[in-house]
Design a protein around this ligand. Structure first.
Ligand code: UDP
Length: 274
């Protein structure tokens, strides 16, 4: 059935050649990995939830004029995106101390930072994605000065937007990671947001209980990952209120998207005729 050319098989996603030149299909798998894939598990339904949550966020960012690679969701596990030249950096924005920052600086998790902080990591699995400075990035030519300015401003604008979005539904945005890419038009390129934004790549805490609603549930063997991701989707209005997150064989029951038609198992694709 699948005659599409596979371009890349990643830890949580597969990329296929898109239907038109300059497009890619991004397929969300159920694989959960941590510690550079040393820990690995399949968690039924995770890909479907991340696809929908990431779609919701990228669509919202597009709507407020922030450039992203997202074109449209195709089905429950796949989205059509613009092909970009990935800039080999993981860009982390932090609002509250947690994870590697808390560890590195001996800070208690949960401490609000004096202001949002940005960090850059060089995307290199063999080296476990080491943290790098702006000087490394410029000296080694991973991004130009202008691109670094654009990436920084994009990352902080995304942080402002997401902080408000999540705060409105009782969730604290502790930190998140983004990836960016270049899109070439004639001889000029510009930076756009690429990859995904989902509970796999953010730390999200319930504002009242501080419960973790993100991948730390997997990293720290806490269990309840699907329930947590479902809760995020439910609060964002993507998952039906009465859904208990007991997905059984059929996968999560997500709010039907007026733009697309799909069956509950998410197998069929199709945009409704205009
Ligand atoms: N993150 C990610 N992919 C990575 C590393 C980090 O999406 O390969 C996200 C992570 O989910 C968190 C933020 O980036 O929201 C900061 O992660 P941190 O540096 O604290 O690393 P960790 O504690 O996850 O190793």
């Amino acid at each position: 059935m699948n005659r599409r050319r596979r371009i890349y098989d990643g830890k949580a996603k597969i990329l296929y050649e898109g239907p038109e030149p300059g497009t890619i299909i991004q397929h969300f798998k159920d694989d959960a990995t941590a510690f550079n894939a040393k820990k690995h598990e399949i968690i039924d339904g995770k890909g479907v939830l991340n696809n929908r949550i990431s779609e919701f966020i990228f669509q919202s960012l597009n709507e407020i004029g922030l450039p992203t690679h997202f074109i449209r969701r195709l089905n429950m596990r796949e989205q059509l995106v613009r092909q970009v030249e990935i800039i080999p950096l993981e860009v982390v924005v932090r609002n509250i101390a947690a994870g590697s920052l808390a560890k590195r600086l001996g800070m208690e998790e949960g401490r609000r930072l004096p202001r949002p902080i940005i960090e850059f990591y060089y995307k290199k699995d063999e080296l476990d994605d080491p943290m790098v400075t702006e000087d490394h990035i410029l000296a080694f030519g991973w991004a130009s000065f202008q691109e670094l300015e654009d990436i920084t401003s994009l990352a902080f604008r995304i942080n402002d937007f997401l902080t408000g979005l999540f705060r409105g539904v009782g969730i604290l945005l502790v930190d998140f990671k983004i990836e960016t890419g270049r899109i070439w038009e004639d001889d000029e390129s510009h930076v756009v947001l690429a990859d995904e934004i989902s509970p796999d790549s953010c730390r999200l805490w319930d504002a009242k209980t501080q419960d973790k609603l993100d991948k730390d549930r997997f990293r720290r063997d806490m269990g309840g990952l699907i329930e947590a991701y479902s809760e995020v989707a439910r609060r964002l209005g993507i998952l039906l209120d009465n859904d208990t997150a007991s997905f059984g064989d059929s996968g999560p029951q997500l709010v039907p998207d007026p733009e697309t038609t799909h069956d509950p198992r998410g197998n069929s694709v199709g945009r409704k005729p205009e």
